[in-house]
Design a binder for this molecule. Structure first.
Ligand code: AMP
Length: 235
């Protein structure tokens, strides 16, 4: 869809606040894991477009029914649907001091539309979780997700204390159907179609921080913690 048509549909909210952290990286790069760790240390909302879609699918909402056909194939849901849903969530008062925004710049067009939402009084930074495709794939294929609170685990790298039970809320762990086989590979392929353009977009604006996301989760978390502490007043 043409950019100007989307701009018309997605009237800017002009988000006013502190800092918005835009998480970038392949599926399986560790964005969800780090977000759930950060949520425990900082009172910052975490908005994952994929989680919002999964919630709609679970509730069989009209949006969920439309999104499901794309998600099952590992394809992107049309941008107008994804961003309309994201901007609605961002307009919630809980996001007025900023948020972690995960999975919102899948294409250059999405990055451009997202940045238009920020007012001059709010700051944003894009954090790239850099991993090779093989690492991303092996992480995706062992990933388990809590069916209640979406906390991620990994069958080998970060197993739950009790088999198939979420440490955080006691919910049942499930494997996402799009984390398997060809669909998982397709998602990484789609990511690679746009990642260079998206990274370049943020880099040109001096807004890109690249992190080596192959390092152990606790080390990566420490780097993220310092970034958030340095830029932000959340406590
Ligand atoms: P994720 O949980 O981030 O891996 O996203 C799961 C699925 O949700 C993706 O494979 C897409 O089908 C859809 N999705 C998530 N974010 C977006 C987005 N920004 N634009 C379009 N589709 C998205």
């Amino acid at each position: 869809m043409k950019n100007w048509i989307l701009c018309f549909i997605l009237t800017p909210l002009l988000l006013i606040g502190e800092t918005f952290y835009i998480f970038l990286g392949a599926p399986g790069a560790g964005k969800g894991t780090q977000s759930s760790l950060l949520k425990r240390s900082f009172s910052i909302p975490h908005i994952s477009v994929g989680d919002l879609f999964r919630e709609h699918v679970k509730n069989n909402s009209p949006l969920g029914l439309r999104a499901k056909e794309y998600m099952e194939r590992g394809e992107l849901v049309p941008t107008s649907l994804a961003l309309e849903m994201l901007f609605e969530r961002l307009s919630d008062p809980s996001c007025k001091e900023g948020a972690i925004i995960d999975g919102s710049s899948r294409t250059l067009e999405q990055a451009q539309l997202l940045v238009q939402q920020f007012s001059s009084s709010s700051d944003y930074v894009a954090i790239l979780f850099d991993v090779p495709d093989e690492t991303a794939l092996s992480r995706i294929e062992g990933r388990l997700l809590c069916s209640k609170c979406s906390t991620p685990f990994h069958s080998l790298f970060s197993p739950p204390q009790i088999d198939n039970i979420c440490d955080a809320c006691g919910g049942t762990l499930v494997q996402r159907s799009d984390d398997k086989g060809e669909v998982a590979e397709r998602r990484i392929e789609i990511y690679r179609e746009s990642d260079a353009a998206v990274n370049h977009f943020y880099e040109q604006r001096n807004k890109l921080i690249r992190l080596d996301a192959t390092q152990p989760p606790n080390q990566l978390f420490e780097q993220l913690r310092l970034i958030l502490l340095g830029r932000q007043v959340f406590s």
